[in-house]
Design a protein around this ligand. Structure first.
Ligand SMILES: NC(=O)c1ccc[n+]([C@@H]2O[C@H](COP(=O)([O-])OP(=O)(O)OC[C@H]3O[C@@H](n4cnc5c(N)ncnc54)[C@H](O)[C@@H]3O)[C@@H](O)[C@H]2O)c1
Length: 363
């Protein structure tokens, strides 16, 4: 059965993968995105003319706009991806993280609560607010610690994870205090097509292809659990369809790896697909560590598997091959971002414009 969804941040990495999948599956999607540096309408080109897709340029902190969209489109669920998401940027400039992730989520929740209060019968019973969050809210693990589970106490260490923790707490409070039917997913590191080239995996793929140094923080032994973005989108769809209101579900890839092993794998696959004179491993350069760099994340996602039947389909070795192949086949997408042409286009098109909804078009 198809659904009507209000998606926030659907022009970002995970949001765009989710929107493409949902529109293809027959859902009606309204995508509210502010188009920060991380938002990219090119990622949504395959659906921009689809009748089930509407793009709205605007911020989640604009309560009036959110209320208008909820009234006009009457979505059955809000799926909330919009966020400032890059830890390094949060260290250099934390304020936008607080404004979007905490204040923006608060305003979105508040407008949604008002809308939900106006519903009755099955529309009210079926309605869900799904909040997409991160495993980084749980802090850092020692090498032998048990993986994060849904009841692990919060212990965020970066301005990014602290702001996401704040948003998680607000979602929890809106369920507990006002009864808003919420769902929260806390997910490990994603990788896959359409990821902005500032993040580890696309950065390493592109630098390695261009013969540039591959900067690895510290000793390279920080461990992350890697989840293929398509598996994450499937988990979100599963939680939306079957999750219990008020619950939190951890989402993980069952792929714990030190960063250096991730980078070496990328070098080896590129050497195989695009052989060079020397191994790309020679490009690896250790650089000064990120301040407060969490040592290890690992996620226990047994609740999601046992209760709702989801499990990841990709291993790291299958997912990273698909990802590298995607970047090799989509260099125009990458070049438009890295050349600055995309940003210039966005500035020309959107700065100073009124917020408007454009049905069936991302123009
Ligand atoms: N990328 C990961 O590995 C990962 C892992 C776990 C959880 N998450 C969470 O998943 C969500 C999506 O992550 P991503 O990697 O796709 O992020 P991203 O940075 O690629 O995209 C964020 C999107 O949100 C939009 N946005 C930012 N501020 C906004 C605002 N105020 N109003 C409306 N739109 C706004 C941006 O334009 C962009 O399109 C985030 O909430 C993030 O915390 C990400």
């Amino acid at each position: 059965m198809s659904s009507r969804l209000l998606v926030t941040g659907g022009a970002g990495f995970i949001g765009a993968n989710f929107v493409l999948g949902r529109v293809a599956a027959g859902d009606q999607v309204v995508n509210l995105d502010k188009l920060t540096y991380a938002g990219n309408l090119q990622s949504l080109a395959p659906v921009e003319k689809a009748s089930g897709y509407t793009f709205v340029h605007g911020g989640i902190e604009d309560r009036e706009l959110v209320s208008r969209l909820l009234t006009e489109y009457r979505p059955e669920a809000v799926v909330h991806f919009a966020a400032e998401s890059h830890v390094d940027r949060s260290i250099l400039g934390p304020e936008s993280f607080v404004m979007t992730n905490v204040v923006g989520t608060f305003r979105l929740l508040d407008a949604t609560l008002e809308h939900w209060g106006s519903l009755s019968g099955s529309a009210r019973d079926r309605f869900r607010f799904l909040h997409v969050s991160t495993d980084e809210v749980y802090g850092s693990l020692a090498p032998t610690d048990a993986a994060f589970h849904e009841n692990t106490p919060y212990s965020p260490n970066s301005p990014y994870s602290a702001s996401k923790a704040g948003s998680d707490h607000l979602v929890r409070a809106y369920h507990h205090t006002y009864g808003l039917p919420t769902l929260t997913t806390n997910c490990s590191n994603n990788y896959g097509p359409l990821q902005f080239p500032e993040k580890l995996i696309p950065l390493m793929v592109l630098n390695a292809l261009n013969g540039k140094p591959l900067p690895v923080y510290g000793d390279g032994l920080n461990v992350r659990d890697w989840l293929y973005v398509g598996d994450h989108c499937a988990a979100i769809a599963t939680v939306l369809a079957k999750g219990r209101s008020g619950e939190t579900y951890n989402v993980g890839g069952l792929n714990e790896m030190p960063n250096i092993a991730v980078v070496q794998t990328i070098c080896d696959i590129l050497d195989e697909l695009r052989p060079g004179v020397t191994s790309r491993r020679a490009l690896i350069t250790y650089v000064k560590d990120r301040p407060g760099h969490d040592r290890r994340y690992a996620i226990d996602c047994r609740k999601l598997t046992a209760e709702l039947g989801w499990k990841p389909q990709e291993t790291f070795s299958s997912g990273i091959r698909r990802t590298i192949a995607w970047y090799l086949e989509n260099m125009p997408w990458v070049e438009a971002i890295t050349s600055g042409a995309y940003r210039e286009w966005i500035d020309r098109n959107y700065v100073g414009r009124e917020t408007t909804a454009v049905t069936g078009s991302a123009q």
